[in-house]
Design a protein around this ligand. Structure first.
Ligand code: HEC
Ligand code: HEC
Length: 143
């Protein structure tokens, strides 16, 4: 029994370490071949694309991409500055869109007039866009 266990553990190690180079070859790191303790190369900082009228969605229930900069916005326990413009109270005067209807519904389907906690951290789902070429080939086509 013990021998089998040792053999299994040894097998596991060989399996894991044997595989590591294969994974590294097929999934190159964004850091390139730099050693872990070398400073990473500076990357090109891309500008956030702003788009009047917003971005087209790729499918009906896609969280729409953010068509403006958000580097100055703050989302934390004390404040959510996105709501300055997107809340039900403010969206009209800011000429922004009101947050989606689903954002007012809790996990049990109950509606409220406050943004639900599940939708509080906007950038979990909504992201800005930059003009960059894809890191890997992507054949996704929207609807
Ligand atoms: C100063 C006001 C303001 C703030 C703050 C703001 N937005 Fe906006 N947002 C707008 C306006 C105005 C538009 C519409 C732009 C357009 O369509 O030309 C918009 C558009 C959007 C859209 C696209 C909606 C659609 O249907 O296409 C999303 C998503 C969005 N904002 C998310 C956010 C998030 C997330 C934050 C916080 C990180 C945020 N916004 C902060 C004013 C604001
Ligand atoms: C868990 C994911 C998620 C989070 C978090 C989230 N949203 Fe959304 N949002 C969506 C989806 C999905 C849609 C499209 C469907 C809908 O309208 O509910 C959407 C739609 C929107 C729209 C367009 C509404 C319309 O009528 O076209 C705006 C504006 C928006 N969200 C803003 C926000 C803001 C601001 C926050 C943070 C307070 C936020 N969202 C948080 C997923 C999310």
């Amino acid at each position: 029994m013990r021998k089998i266990l040792i053999a299994t553990v040894a097998g596991l190690f060989i399996g894991l370490f044997g595989l590591a180079p294969a994974i590294a070859d097929s999934a190159p790191s964004l850091r390139g071949t730099l050693a872990l303790n070398d400073g990473a190369k500076k990357f090109d900082k891309k500008r956030v694309v702003t788009k009047e009228g917003g971005f087209k969605r790729s499918w009906k229930l896609q969280p729409p991409s953010i068509p403006h900069k958000i580097s100055k916005e703050r989302i934390n326990l004390d404040e959510n500055s996105c709501m300055r413009c997107h809340s039900a109270e403010n969206f009209k005067k800011e000429k922004a869109k009101k947050i989606g209807d689903s954002h007012f519904v809790d996990a049990m389907g109950k509606k409220s007039d406050k943004v639900n906690g599940r939708r509080y951290f906007c950038t979990l789902c909504h992201t800005t866009q930059v003009d960059a070429s894809p890191l890997v080939e992507n054949t996704f086509a929207g609807q």
